[in-house]
Design a protein around this ligand. Structure first.
Ligand SMILES: C[S@@+](CC[C@H](N)C(=O)[O-])C[C@H]1O[C@@H](n2cnc3c(N)ncnc32)[C@H](O)[C@@H]1O
Length: 258
């Protein structure tokens, strides 16, 4: 991908999504115990999307910020937005449409990944690549969700078909019905929800994967939210057998041992 594409007009829907970071990013950090000191740090954001968290981290003093994502359109937006609206940060921020396995850069002090791990198809492999590129003692801050078994774990797939959000419908309605209708809607064949970018991992899968990725787990908190329903979920998630269905999101801090 051309690292300096011609600057074009930014699509309003992309700008609107980028602006959601104004409230989403402070919430991300708050739920993880506060934004760490980023002054002079070299940071990586995996699944950077439109790039707002990268911009915020550069504005908070990070010396170098790398955002990686597999979506070419989003990376093009992030690059153009950087050139157009944040030229003063352009020396310190880089966006790449690349699989982290091919990223030719390491020694990061800190990593972030916000609302992305539920879309990563081979999470153990990606965590191994992140681990490799993180300095000993460096931390990975991650927010994951909504999780597949949570009420809206299909990320609105069914809502886009019927117009309303029915909790847990994706676990009840046979997959082939949803996938057939969605394939017609988007005009490409679908064999699994994975073809829509959802890895379908359950809470217990994340727990196993995150605790076995070679990091020290410093912080691991399901159901981070002040929403009253999620607060009730925090009680229900301890129920035997069905607790899994009441884990909406997961926030964690992983530290690479020294
Ligand atoms: C829901 S978006 C979140 C984007 C951004 N972090 C935010 O909070 O707005 C998830 C992003 O993860 C990206 N993604 C999925 N798998 C990835 C992978 N293996 N490596 C990098 N990015 C990935 C997708 O392309 C998508 O842009």
């Amino acid at each position: 991908m051309d690292p300096n594409p011609p600057v074009a007009e930014l699509a309003p829907e992309d700008v609107a999504y980028f602006q959601r970071g104004t409230w989403e990013n402070p919430r991300f950090w708050n739920r993880l115990g506060g934004q760490p000191d980023l002054q002079g740090k070299k940071v990586l954001d995996l699944g950077c999307g439109h790039g707002r968290l990268c911009i915020d981290m550069a504005q908070a003093g990070a010396a170098r910020v790398v955002g990686v994502d597999l979506n070419e359109r989003l990376i093009r937006f992030a690059q153009q937005n950087l050139q157009l609206n944040y030229p003063e940060l352009a020396e310190r921020v880089a966006f790449y449409c690349i699989d982290i396995a091919h990223l030719d850069e390491g020694d990061f002090d800190l990593m972030t990944s916000k609302d992305t791990f539920e879309h990563v198809m081979d999470l153990p492999a990606v965590l191994a690549e992140m681990h490799k590129r993180l300095k000993p003692g460096g931390r990975l801050y991650a927010a994951i969700g909504p999780l597949w078994n949570s009420p809206f774990g299909d990320h609105d797939t069914i809502k886009r078909l019927i117009g309303i959000n029915l909790p847990w419908a994706h676990l009840i309605v046979p997959d082939h019905l949803v996938l057939r209708a969605t394939a017609r809607r988007i005009g490409r064949p679908l064999h699994s929800y994975r073809d829509l970018g959802l890895n379908m991992l359950a809470f217990r899968d994340y727990k196993r994967i995150l605790y076995n990725a070679g990091f020290e787990v410093e912080f691991f908190r399901p159901n981070c939210s002040r929403h009253p329903v999620v607060r009730v979920f925090s009680l229900l998630r301890h129920l035997p057998l069905v607790g899994e269905y009441f884990v909406n999101n997961l926030y964690c801090i992983l530290r690479k041992p020294i």
